[in-house]
Design a binder for this molecule. Sequence first.
Ligand code: ASP
Ligand code: MG
Length: 406
Amino acid sequence: MARIVQKFGGTSVGDLDRIRHVATLVKAEYDRGNEVTVVPSAMAGITNGLVENVNAISRLHDTREYDAIVSTGEQVTAGLLALALQNIGVPARSWAAWQLPIRTDDMHGKARIKEIETAKLIERFGEGQVAVVAGFQGLSPQNRITTLGRGGSDTSAVALAAALNADRCDIYTDVDGVYTTDPRIVPKARKLTRITYEEMLEMASQGAKVLQTRAVELAMNQGVRLQVRSTFEDAPGTLVVDEDEIVEQQVVSGIAYSRDEAKITIVGVEDRPGIAVGIFGPLSDAGINVDMIVQNISAESGRTDMTFTVGKSDFDRASALLDEIGETINYRSIDLDDNVVKISVIGVGMRSHAGVAKQMFGALAEKGINIQVISTSEIKISILIAEEYTELALRALHTAYGLDQD
Ligand code: ASP
Ligand code: MG
């Protein structure tokens, strides 16, 4: 007997037939004698619709009411799935987060899980009952409903798996695993049988949409065995594991891309101590996340150019803020460019291999692609290029690192 958490994404529960199909996948685990907890997302498109309704009625909404509204999609699928399970002879009941509860902080809209009480679930396992727990939601210290950020039911599932000490957390989705890069852009992309937590974390935070970043972080910290697999095909997916469980480590395991960033250059800013904090301090105070940063030498002496990237959704606020601080910072001009893409090559093998960057720059040079910004970490190299080169660059890099499927 094993204890298993199964998480199903929005397309997997996208209509009633799919919910019936999901019930058969749960039944299969149940029939093997396992203790099963199921975590469904809302039906595809439902959460977006709820968010639109909130924004339509109040742009400057009370985030506690936002959460009360957008959390409802999961409650519907949890109930429907419990019924579908009962219909095929599997004892099941739905649980809203507050009924356990799943305790979070009070950062509405992006709350963090603090603690999950599992006693009731474990008691019901003993009676042979399957638990269907609504994903994405939690309960604040003030007893208000919270949500965990978009894509947050991945995190619900991982947190439940950790709290229940589950043997496995299976993330069922509409793709059959984690690929070396987006197969819609690079047809030669390969499905990875295994990937390390660290690589998965970088892939997710650098734009791969298959798992919520926070869920991967939690799985890594809690040692939860994660598997990404398909709801619609019965095939092994991708296992997210510790580094020592990977037999043949590639230098580069995957290539992620993000079109969600925009580039800002502050031209001719004074080159003196305090300038960086004068720029990035106010951005940070406004909750604007800055990702890549380069400081260049300017043609004019005593002055420099500062280039950095922010999320596209923060672009307008960032440029308004820079206008505001223009007096104290005293720069010549500002250059805004949202026609960029960030491409990241990722692999734990980079720690022990030299020449990974050179290979990247060489492959891009050969295609005549200009690199605008570079940043690196221990297991990742990211570059910023013009958006129109996304496909060309991804394919060239995929080939250059020997990732193409034959
Ligand atoms: N339904 C929520 C969303 O769309 C949570 C999830 O699907 O993971 O963000
Ligand atoms: Mg999702």
